[in-house]
Design a protein around this ligand. Structure first.
Ligand SMILES: Cc1cc2nc3c(=O)[nH]c(=O)nc-3n(C[C@H](O)[C@H](O)[C@H](O)COP(=O)(O)OP(=O)(O)OC[C@H]3O[C@@H](n4cnc5c(N)ncnc54)[C@H](O)[C@@H]3O)c2cc1C
Length: 491
C-alpha cells in the first residue's frame, strides 16, 4: 500500500486523514493502487472491483482502521472462496473474510481481496439437537429458526448483539452476552463440525476427531488458517420466558459479594454486570436472569434472598430478551448514526482472583469520556471448566473456578474520522493493557482496539504458539489469510 502515510505516533490532520492502516500500522491520507484481478477465475457468485463496493468494506465498526481492498467477493459457494484463495495465493494477494465486520481495529480488512461471507447464509439442516448452517448466517436468523421449531430450540450461547455472523464469532470465541456463560463455555465450545476453506484453497471438514489441528486452529483462530464456510452448531431446548433481576451498586466489595453469590445461585441461568464511571447513584448494575416455562416461574426470594440491594424485576418473552440489545443498537443506528461512530474498544480476560483488585484500581480513574453516551462497559463471568478449546486464549489458571471478560466499549459522541480521539484512546488501551497483563494476569479478547505487535501475539499464544504456527504453515503456507491483526508479522 503506497498512499501517503504518517507514522503511528504522528496524528494526521483531521481534514486529510482517511483512517489508520492496521496492516502497515500508519495513518492513511490517500488511497493506494489496487492489485489486479483481471485474470480472476469464473465464479458462481460475483467479484466486484468497482470503487463503491471496495470502499464499502474498507473499514469496520470501529471506524479507526481504513484499508481499501482491490476486490470484493460475494460468494455463492465454498467453491468460489476456494477458487479465489487459490488465485490470490498464486499472485501473493492478501485475503480477509468479513462477517458483519463488528470488530473495531481492522481485524478483517485487507488491501487485496475481501470475502463478504454474509452472502452464504443458508440453514442446511435443523435437527433436534444441532443445526448445520452457512457461516455467514447471523445468530439472530439461526435463533429465530430454531425457536420456531417444535419443541423450541436455541443455541446454548448467544452474544448480546445477535446480528453477528456465526463465522465471525466462532473466529473470536463468542461470549454469552445474554445466554450462556455460567455453565456452557463459549460459542466455540458448541461446534460439532466445520467446513473450512484453507489458505491453500482446499475445502476441508474438521471436528474434534477429524483433523483436530485445523478445528483447533480456526475456532477462535482469528481467520489465520482458514475461512469457515459451514458449521454444525449444537442446539438445546429453549424456555418461553426470561425473568431478569437488576441490582444497582456503588460499592465495589458489596457488588462483588452479590456477583459471586448470584453466579452460584440455583435457578440463575445468566449473570453479567454493567460498569459506569463512578457517581453517587450507581457504579455497577448487576443483571441475573432465569429462563422458565409458565406456569412455573422462578422463585424470586430464593434467587434474590440475602443480596445487598433490592432488585427490580423484568419479565419478558425469551426472544424479546435475546434480541433486546439488537433493538437498542437498531435505535442507535436510526438516531445517532451508530455505524459511523468511532469505537476504540478495550476487551480483556481476567483471572477470577484478580478482577476485583483490577476494578478497584481502574474504576476510580474512568471518566464519562472513557465510555461515552452510546458506549458500555460490561463484565461477563465464565466458569472455566466449560472452556474447552485451546483458542481463544485465557488467563493462566489461578485456582479460581471463574474467569471474567471485561469490556470497556468506548464510543465517540459524533461520527469519525477523529484522529486525536483515536490516538488518545489507542494510547489509553495500550497503557491499560500493559498494566492488566503485567500486574493482573489479563489476556486480550481480540475483538477490540488494543495495538498489538508480533511479539505481543507470541506472548498471547504462549505455549500454544508452536501449534498455532505449525497450523499456519500447514494450512496457509503463503500467509495470504487475514493480515489485519498482524499475528504472523515478521519481527
Ligand atoms: C454491539 C456488539 C455486541 C457484542 N456482543 C458480544 C458478545 O456478547 N460476546 C462476544 O463474544 N462478542 C460480542 N461482540 C463482539 C463480536 O463477537 C465481534 O465483533 C465479532 O467479530 C463479530 O462478528 P462479525 O460477524 O462481525 O465478525 P467480523 O468482525 O466480520 O470478523 C471477525 C474476525 O474473524 C474473521 N472472520 C470473519 N468471518 C470468518 C470466517 N467465516 N472464517 C474465518 N474468519 C472469519 C474476520 O476476518 C475478523 O478477523 C459484540 C460486538 C458488538 C458490536
Amino acid at each position: 500500500m503506497t498512499g501517503h502515510r504518517e507514522s503511528p505516533g504522528e496524528v494526521a490532520s483531521a481534514t486529510a486523514v482517511v483512517g489508520f492502516d492496521p496492516i502497515e500500522r500508519s495513518w492513511v491520507t490517500e488511497a493506494a493502487p489496487a492489485p489486479s484481478f483481471a485474470d480472476a477465475p469464473a465464479l458462481d457468485g460475483e467479484l466486484a472491483v468497482d470503487e463503491a463496493s471496495r470502499e464499502a468494506v474498507a473499514t469496520d465498526l470501529g471506524n479507526i482502521a481504513h484499508h481499501r481492498p482491490g476486490a470484493v467477493l460475494r460468494p455463492r459457494s465454498a467453491r468460489d472462496i476456494a477458487a479465489m484463495i487459490r488465485f490470490c495465493g498464486a499472485h501473493r494477494i492478501a485475503v480477509s473474510t468479513r462477517g458483519q465486520a463488528h470488530t473495531t481495529h481492522g481485524q478483517g480488512l485487507s488491501g487485496g481481496l475481501v470475502i463478504e461471507n454474509r452472502h452464504l447464509d443458508r440453514i442446511h439442516s435443523l435437527g433436534p439437537d444441532a443445526a448445520e448452517v452457512d457461516a455467514g448466517i447471523s445468530w439472530m436468523d439461526l435463533t429465530r429458526a430454531a425457536y420456531e421449531r417444535s419443541p423450541r430450540l436455541t443455541p446454548p450461547v448467544l452474544t448480546g448483539y445477535t446480528g453477528l455472523t456465526v463465522g465471525g464469532t466462532l473466529s473470536v470465541g463468542g461470549i454469552g452476552g445474554l445466554v450462556g456463560g455460567l455453565d456452557t463455555g463459549l460459542q466455540v465450545d458448541h461446534v460439532r463440525e466445520l467446513e473450512v476453506v484453507t489458505g491453500t484453497g482446499a475445502i476441508e471438514r474438521c471436528s474434534r476427531d477429524d483433523k483436530p489441528d485445523l478445528f483447533e486452529a480456526v475456532l477462535g483462530g482469528l481467520g489465520q488458517c482458514g475461512v469457515i464456510t459451514r458449521a454444525t452448531i449444537e442446539l438445546v431446548p429453549a424456555r418461553q420466558r426470561a425473568r431478569t433481576y437488576a441490582l444497582l451498586h456503588t460499592d465495589n466489595a458489596a457488588f462483588f459479594r452479590d456477583f459471586r453469590t448470584l453466579v452460584d445461585r440455583p435457578g440463575v441461568d445468566h449473570v453479567y454486570a454493567e460498569l459506569f464511571p463512578p457517581d453517587a447513584t450507581q457504579t455497577y448494575k448487576l443483571y441475573a436472569t432465569a429462563f422458565y416455562d409458565p406456569p412455573a416461574p422462578p422463585d424470586d426470594l430464593a434467587i434474590t434472598g440475602g443480596l445487598a440491594v433490592e432488585p427490580t424485576i423484568e419479565d419478558t418473552p425469551y426472544l424479546d430478551y435475546v434480541f433486546s440489545i439488537d433493538e437498542g443498537i437498531d435505535t442507535l443506528r436510526e438516531t445517532v448514526n451508530w455505524d459511523r461512530l468511532v469505537k476504540p474498544w478495550f476487551d480483556v480476560w481476567l483471572p477470577g482472583s484478580t478482577i476485583e483488585d483490577y476494578l478497584a484500581e481502574i474504576v476510580p480513574t474512568l471518566t464519562p469520556r472513557d465510555i461515552g453516551s452510546y458506549g458500555a462497559s460490561l463484565i461477563y463471568p465464565q466458569r472455566r471448566e466449560h472452556l474447552t478449546r485451546p483458542c481463544p486464549r485465557l488467563p493462566e489458571p489461578d485456582g479460581s473456578p471463574w474467569a471474567f471478560v471485561l469490556d470497556i466499549n468506548t464510543v465517540s459522541e459524533t461520527p469519525g474520522p477523529a484522529p486525536e480521539f483515536v490516538a488518545e484512546m489507542l494510547a489509553r488501551n495500550e497503557r491499560m493493557f500493559a498494566r492488566v497483563r503485567e500486574s493482573y494476569g489479563g489476556v486480550l479478547y481480540p475483538i477490540g482496539s488494543v495495538p498489538f505487535t508480533a511479539r505481543d501475539w507470541r506472548a498471547h499464544y504462549g505455549d500454544r504458539w508452536p501449534a498455532f504456527r505449525a497450523a499456519k504453515d500447514r494450512y496457509d503456507p503463503d500467509a495470504v489469510l487475514t493480515p489485519g491483526p498482524g499475528v504472523f508479522d515478521p519481527g
